[in-house]
Design a protein around this ligand. Structure first.
Ligand SMILES: [Zn+2]
Length: 127
């Protein structure tokens, strides 16, 4: 999954290229064919398409597109084991939560832009 923050666009492009890579090599490349034939692969290039559209018109003075259309920070819109976020769940968040419950994911990644960060479940608790 990528582009949760609409202004972080590199992950979105990477995942679109990954999709292209996988589908154009299926049946031609043994590893890609085996991977596709033996696993379920889910790819969401953009969790925040409205934010992405907003950033397509940069004004150089603000960070358009980080939030969704309703101006909510989607990265802070999920349930949190340690902090209570008293904000309404956004349609994008609810859709991802439903998606996560519908599949048995064994490996996942959420691509952001900017500094290098590696997060893991429950990594924001108080020590
Ligand atoms: Zn981000």
């Amino acid at each position: 999954m990528a582009n949760m923050h609409g202004d972080e666009t590199v992950g979105r492009e990477l995942l679109l290229h990954l999709i292209d890579y996988l589908v154009t090599r299926h049946g031609k490349d043994l590893e890609v064919t085996s991977l596709i034939n033996s696993t379920w692969i889910h790819i969401m290039p953009s969790m925040n398409p409205d934010g992405f559209e907003a950033v397509r018109k940069p004004d150089c003075y603000s960070s358009n597109g980080r939030e969704n259309y309703n101006q909510y920070e989607l990265n802070r819109n999920f349930l949190d084991a340690f902090e209570y976020h008293n904000v309404p769940r956004q349609p994008e968040t609810l859709a991802v939560m439903k998606w996560l419950k519908s599949e048995t994911f064994v490996l996942s990644a959420n691509l952001h832009g900017g500094a290098l960060v590696a997060s893991y479940p429950f990594d924001n608790g108080v020590p």
